[in-house]
Design a protein around this ligand. Sequence first.
Ligand code: CMC
Length: 429
Amino acid sequence: MSATTGSFSIDSTTVEMPVKTGSIGPAVVDIGKLYAKTGMFTYDPGFTSTASCESEITYIDGDEGVLLYRGYPIAQIAEGGDFLETCYLLLYGELPTPTQKRDFDYRITRHTMIHEQMARFFQGFRRDAHPMAVMVASVGALSAFYHDSTDISDPRQRMIASMRLIAKMPTLAAMAYKYTIGQPFVYPKNDLDYASNFLRMCFAVPTEEFKVRPTLSRALDKIFILHADHEQNASTSTVRLAGSSGANPFACIAAGVACLWGPAHGGANEAALKMLTEIGSVDNIPKFIARAKDKNDPFRLMGFGHRVYKNYDPRAKIMQETCHEVLNELGVKDDPLLAVAIELERIALSDPYFIEKKLYPNIDFYSGITLKAMGFPVSMFTVLFAVARTSGWIAQWKEMIEDPGQKIGRPRQLYTGAPLRDYVPLDKR
Ligand code: CMC
C-alpha cells in the first residue's frame, strides 16, 4: 500500500487527507481525522462509497465483472481447484502444496463430527422451523460446546475454531435439513470429499446404500467455491463488526448467517426460484418484466442486479454451465423453470431498462435451479450459501483479528431526532 495526500474544500476550509492506494482498484481517502479537523462526519448510508477496511483476500471489479480470490480469477479456481483448496487459499493467502493440501484436508475431515449433545439441542426446535433459523441458533451454540477454541487472543485456538467452523457447517446444515423432514441424522464419513460427504449427510438414509454421483458432488463443490468469499458484503461486514468487539468466532459466524438470510443477500436464490415458479411459463414473462420496470410496483426481478457488479457476474456464467451439467446428468430435458430462466435472461439483457441500469443476472439466478434439481428444497438454498461463505467469513475475521491496528467498529450518525427538551412527569402529560 502507498499513500499520498489529497485536499478538498468544505465551505471555505481546505482539508488535507491521506490518499491510500492498494495493489489494484480504486484508491481511498483516509478520513479518520476528518472529525478532528472539521467537526463533521461523512455520511454514506449503505456504504456505497466507503471502504470499511484494508483486505488482501478478495478483489472485485464490478464494472469489468472480475472476481479474484487472493489474486486468482474465480473461473480458474472453479475449473482447476476444489473447495478445501479454496478455503486454504482464503485462510493462508497462498495455494497449498500437495503436502499442505493433504494435511489441511485431513485436519478438516477430522473436525466434521458435532458434539453428541448438540443432537439433543436440535430436538428443541419445532419440526417446521426454517433451516436458516436452526443454523443461526446452532452455529451460535457451537460456542457453548467448544470452549477450548473461543479465546481469540490465542492463535492456535483461532485456527482450531476456523477449522471447526469450516468442518462442522455441512454437518449442522445437513442436521437442520434432516430434522425438518423427520429423518435420522447421518454422521459424516471422512473418506469422502467435502461436497460428497455433505450430499451423503443430506440424502442418505440408514436403510439403503447411498452412492454419490461424481457430477453432482463436483457441481456442489463448484457452487461452494463460487460462494466462498465476496469481499465486504453485508454478512462479511456483519462478521467483522461482531468480531471487532472481541466476540468469539462461533458467535460472529452466527451473526453472519443471520445477515445472509435476507432476500437482498443470501436469500436471493430462494427468492429467484420462487419468482421463476410464480412466472411459470415463458408467456408470462412480459407481464413480470413490466412489473419490474414499474416504479409504483415493489416487485424486482430476483437474481438480477448487484450492488457491486455493473456487468455480468463472473460467477453467474460458471453457475449457468454447472446448471446445465447437473440437468444433463439427471436427465432433466425440459425443465420449465430453466426455459423461463433462459428466456427471462435473454429478454432482460436486451431490454433498455435493464441495460441502462446495468442489471445483469447474478449468481443466484442459476444456483436455485441447480440446487432444486439436485434435490434440495428451496428452504435449504441459503443454508448451502452459508456453508460455503463460512470460509470467507472466517478468513476475513482472522485477517481482522490479526491486524495490529484493529479496533472496535463504531460508526457515527446524522442525528435527526428531537433536540434537547425537558422531561415531563407522567401526571403533567
Ligand atoms: N429488478 C428491477 N429493478 C431493479 C432490480 C431488479 N432486480 N435491481 C435494481 N433495480 C433498479 C432499482 O429499482 C433502481 O432503480 P431507480 O434508480 O430507477 O430507482 C436501480 O435499479 C438501482 O437499484 P438499487 O436498489 O439502488 O441498487 P442496489 O445496489 O442498492 O441493490 C440489489 C442491489 C442486489 C439489492 C438489487 O439489485 C436487488 O434487489 N436485486 C434483486 C435481489 C437479488 O438478486 N439479490 C442478490 C444479490 S447477489 C447475492 C449476494 O452477493 O448476496
